[in-house]
Structures are given as C-alpha cells and as structure tokens.
Write a protein that binds this ligand. Structure first.
Ligand code: FE2
Ligand code: FE2
Length: 261
C-alpha cells in the first residue's frame, strides 16, 4: 500500500513472445507467474511468429493462465506477416486482451496508450520524405504511427501514463544490434509525443539484441522488454520487467515510480 491508502500498481511488461502452434502448454507457467507478481500485464508485439490465426488461438489459450489480471497488448511486425493481423487482433480481443492500435485504455488509474510504431531511424539519420514515392510512403507510415500514439496519449488524463510500442522510439535501446539495421528497429518520430505528453514510462520490443534501458531526450524512461533482452540481462529471472507505480505524490504531479526489475 502506498500513500493515502492507495495501492502501488505493478505492471509486468514483456515482448516478442513469437508464439507458434508448438507453444501449446508451454507459456502458461510464465503467465501464471506474471499474474502472481503483477496487477496488469503488457505485451509489446510480436505476439505470434507468423501472424497466423492458429498461433493467436494458441496464445489466447496460454494467456488464460493470467486471466486474473488485465492484459494490454499491441501487435508487432511478425503479427502482420501473413496479412491476417485483423484476425490475430480479434482472436486476442475476444480472449479479453485490450488490443491497442492508436487507442488508449485505463486500468487501476493507470493510462495505457498503444501503437505498433514503425521504423525509419534515429536523430539526424532519420529517413526523410524525399525522392521516390516508395520512400515517401515508408516515411508516411512512421508519421501515421506517431500520430496514432499521440491521439491515444491525448485521451489520457490519468496521473500515470504508459506508452506501449513494438518499435523503439529511441536509439539507446537498440544498441547491441548491428548498427546497419538500427534504422529498421525504430524511429525518432515516435519520441516527440512521448516527451510532449510526459509519459511515465515507455515499453517496447522488436530489437531482440538491443539494450534493456534508455531515456528520451526529455528523460522519459524507455524499456526494451523483448524476452531475449530480458533473458540476457537476467538469466536467473522469469522474462518480464516489473514496473511499480506509486500513487501520485502530490498535486504538482510529482511521480515516484520505481522500477524494480
Ligand atoms: Fe520480435
Ligand atoms: Fe518485431
């Protein structure tokens, strides 16, 4: 229990499950552990391996082990591979998962804004919309995802706001991957809404060999919660990051969130 009798909210975040039909009865124990350790679970994309409805059905079944806590999720690029991303989304939504694609939801007074995001690179090396139509379309996709994130954040009035992405909004959490592919792992265009809306924390996946932690230019903590990243950082622990959010300290908006894992 925190200040004023309000409870601390524990969020378990992870990404890149890459669930296949072979994962049947394999993921349940992890989800049981999460339901015991946290109040809310967040899944940051690449929920399935090939974006197949049968993979989504297996995941939905496995997630029933965590049905005692609410789960929020965004899709990842793998969930688009078979062109059946809408089926994947619906199967998981029917299983009670809050699927976010430019939408927001509020659970236990914590706001979640989610979008898949897209790639395009970071900082001065961010790809700009110039030249061929294909390049302009590519850049537009990143802009559209950034606007989705912003629209979702705009709706939240909660003291704590968590942004849920698949792609990284900053360079720091993709470091560890080959530098040649940084531009395909995320995009700085996702960072601006996070800074302007002063989110409490950002969670993402996708960069399997990236770094676990970073910060936006405004100091917002960014966590790469890809399962391979978490396993590499803490081989002895189950692969999820626990984020503890204390009740808001005072009306001036001081946040006293502590990250435990
Ligand atoms: Fe992945
Ligand atoms: Fe991915």
């Amino acid at each position: 229990m925190g200040n004023n009798g309000q409870k601390t909210v524990r969020i378990a975040a992870l990404a890149d499950l890459h669930c296949t039909v072979d994962h049947k009865n394999q993921l349940g124990p992890l989800f049981t552990q999460i339901a015991e350790a946290a109040d809310i679970m967040v899944l940051c994309g690449d929920l399935t391996d090939y974006g197949l409805p049968e993979e989504a059905h297996v995941l939905a079944h496995e997630l029933s082990s965590a049905s005692t806590i609410p789960t929020v999720a965004v899709l990842g690029n793998h969930d688009f591979e078979s062109g059946k991303q809408q089926d994947v989304r619906h199967i998981l939504a029917d299983a009670g998962i809050h699927m976010l694609d430019g939408e927001a939801c509020q659970i236990h007074d914590v706001g979640f804004a989610g979008a898949k995001g897209f790639c395009g690179g970071f900082g001065r090396a961010t790809l700009s919309a110039w030249g061929e139509g294909a390049i302009k379309d590519f850049v537009q996709e990143a802009l559209d995802e950034s606007m989705k994130l912003e629209a979702a954040l705009q709706r939240l009035r909660t003291p704590h706001r968590i942004a849920v992405l698949h792609y990284s909004p900053i360079r720091a959490t993709v470091v560890g991957e080959p530098e040649e592919i940084f531009a395909f792992l995320g995009c700085s265009r996702l960072e601006d809404p996070l800074n302007r809306h002063q989110v409490t924390a950002v969670v993402h996946g996708h960069a399997h060999r990236g770094a676990a932690e970073g910060k936006t230019t405004a100091g917002v903590p960014v966590y790469n919660v890809g399962i391979p990243v978490l396993r590499a950082a803490h081989p002895d622990r189950p692969p999820f990051r626990l984020i503890e959010l204390s009740p808001q300290g005072n009306e001036s908006g001081t946040r006293r969130d502590s990250v435990v894992v």
